[in-house]
Design a protein around this ligand. Structure first.
Ligand code: 0O2
Length: 209
């Protein structure tokens, strides 16, 4: 393994970018609490992908373990997971991120409206810096990427459990049954998310919010 970090000289700038997006989300939260007394974000996690995970992902994708692979080919070196109580909040946060100065949206996948076959639901965005901040030492012709996964609490609970099963070294004996049950639960949770959203809309409407 290289002695040098796979991110080369970019790590400090990546940390600044992560802090900037986190600060923007914190700003949105306080603004929304002031306006409507409703925090759109239940919790938010962010990370710079660890050296080991990034190298492992390069190998999984048959890419050389280089700074270029980590910052140009792979787009989740900086990652956020934003968990919201309600579906509409997911889209509110999405709109906020899409209008952040200094960033553009380069890809989006709405696995909430178009759930994956296994039941996975989440809204994925890839943002990229549009200002002068670009990775150095890896022939990047664009900015830094930031991956954001947005979901409701129930989608998050489901994804964590499904991830746990998928990455277990030994497949469970009753895997087919578990996969089917997970799918059923995902659909039930999605239906409850919709009911909760309708209830919230009703309550807010009656209160004239
Ligand atoms: P890791 O090791 O978690 O980083 P892209 O990253 O866009 O180039 P892809 O696979 O098209 O590649 O992206 P997609 O579908 O947007 O998925 C990105 C990430 O979402 C995945 O990371 C997972 O963390 C999560 N994800 C996607 N599908 C599922 C799913 O079915 N179940 C769960 N639990 N999580 C999922 P990676 O890239 O797989 O790897």
């Amino acid at each position: 393994m290289d002695d040098q970090t796979i991110y080369g000289e970019n790590l400090a700038l990546m940390e600044d970018l992560r802090d900037e997006v986190a600060a923007s989300l914190a700003e949105l939260r306080s603004k929304m609490c002031e306006i409507s007394d409703f925090d759109p974000i239940e919790h938010c996690l962010s990370r710079i992908k660890s050296e080991d995970s990034m190298r492992e992902k390069c190998r999984r994708r048959n890419l050389p373990e280089t700074c270029r692979s980590a910052l140009v080919e792979i787009r989740d070196s900086i990652g956020f997971r934003v968990v919201c109580a309600f579906r509409s909040d997911v889209y509110l946060v999405r709109d906020h991120l899409a209008s952040m100065p200094g960033f553009e949206v380069v890809a989006e996948k709405d696995y909430i409206k178009n759930a994956k076959e296994n039941g996975y639901r989440s809204y994925h965005m890839i943002l990229r810096t549009t200002d002068e901040r670009r990775p150095v030492g890896c022939e990047a012709d664009g900015g830094f990427f930031v991956e954001v996964q947005l979901r409701t609490i129930s989608m998050d609970t489901w994804a964590a459990l499904e991830h746990h099963m998928k990455y277990k070294k030994k497949a469970p004996a009753n895997e087919r049954l578990i996969v089917a049950e997970l799918k059923r639960c995902a659909d039930e949770l999605a239906s409850t998310d919709l009911s909760m959203q309708a209830l919230r809309d009703l309550i807010m409407e009656e209160q004239g919010d």
